[in-house]
Design a protein around this ligand. Structure first.
Ligand SMILES: Cc1cc2nc3c(=O)[nH]c(=O)nc-3n(C[C@H](O)[C@H](O)[C@H](O)COP(=O)(O)O)c2cc1C
Length: 157
């Protein structure tokens, strides 16, 4: 009997774009959605998050760090100041992804800065295989997002 698909999408979203993308990935690749939450309230949320990132303090709590039961692990979120936002970097630091197939995604309004390389390097350092990295503009709609996901033609089991 063919093995059941067992994928997961870990994502951070402050304003909803990455939430939408995670929904699409979840549907297209039969992946369980896991939202990464960062602490902080209202207008303090962003500066607090940035400061914690710079000081390398805990930004996020990951409920299930052990991802060994998943075949493909999607990890994504927004670009902040030309880098993956601190919640994303902290997530990569905390999850066990050694030898795992990982697909990354980033969103930005226009300038991805060096976020792609920073994220890819961090994931590779953890011993995971980066199968693909998707860059989506905040303005891209569902149709365009689905098209991009299909174009790269990643094989997800
Ligand atoms: C603090 C902060 C910094 C940002 N820096 C950048 C940036 O350097 N380049 C860019 O194109 N967009 C930047 N953005 C825009 C976000 O990357 C973009 O709107 C993203 O799609 C939001 O994702 P979300 O809705 O899932 O939170 C920034 C947004 C915030 C809040």
């Amino acid at each position: 009997m063919p093995k059941k698909k067992n994928n997961i999408v870990l994502y951070f979203s402050m304003f909803g774009k990455n939430e939408k993308i995670a929904d699409i990935i979840s549907m297209e690749f039969n992946a369980l959605k896991m939202r990464i939450a960062a602490s902080g309230w209202g207008f303090l949320k962003i500066p607090l998050h940035m400061i914690k990132g710079v000081l390398e303090r805990d930004v996020v709590m990951i409920p299930n760090k052990n991802l060994k039961d998943y075949n493909t692990i999607f990890i994504g979120g927004p670009v902040w100041a030309g880098k993956p936002c601190p919640a994303l970097m902290d997530t990569i630091k905390k999850v066990r992804i050694k030898d795992k197939n990982v697909v990354l995604f980033l969103t930005a309004t226009g300038d991805f800065g060096n976020a792609e390389n920073i994220m890819r390097d961090a994931v590779r350092k953890k011993g995971a295989k980066v199968k693909a990295l998707f860059k989506f503009f905040t303005s891209e709609n569902e149709k365009e997002i689905k098209k991009k996901l299909k174009e790269i033609g990643i094989e997800i089991y």
